[in-house]
Design a protein. Structure first.
Ligand SMILES: [Zn+2]
Length: 100
């Protein structure tokens, strides 16, 4: 499993360094829009269809207040508008970094 060595908010980005030496920088607004929680991304219904809710993110919703490690495999992000249900796995974060 990937280990996270260091994480810090630098300007409008979240900077992460992993134990394998990979460093990534993720724009906070992109991170918020990619919030993986059910409220933001929708949950599949019984037929596996996902109805994506429309995200209304306003004001300080793109401001990252703090973050916490979860079980050594993920980060929980706490946004300034009170939203904090998104658990971003390291794998997910590294995949987000690949999106141009
Ligand atoms: Zn969310």
């Amino acid at each position: 499993m990937i280990r996270l060595d260091h994480a810090a908010v630098v300007g409008s980005e979240l900077a992460l360094r992993f134990a394998d030496g990979e460093e990534i920088y993720l724009a906070l607004d992109m991170l918020r829009r990619a919030c993986p929680c059910a409220a933001c991304q929708g949950e599949p219904d019984a037929l596996g269809r996902v109805l994506r809710p429309v995200q209304q993110i306003e004001g300080r919703g793109f401001e990252l207040q703090r973050f916490e490690g979860v079980g050594g495999y993920a980060l929980q992000l706490f946004w300034a508008d009170g939203h904090s249900t998104g658990i971003y796995t390291f794998d997910y974060l590294r995949r987000l970094a690949l999106i141009p």
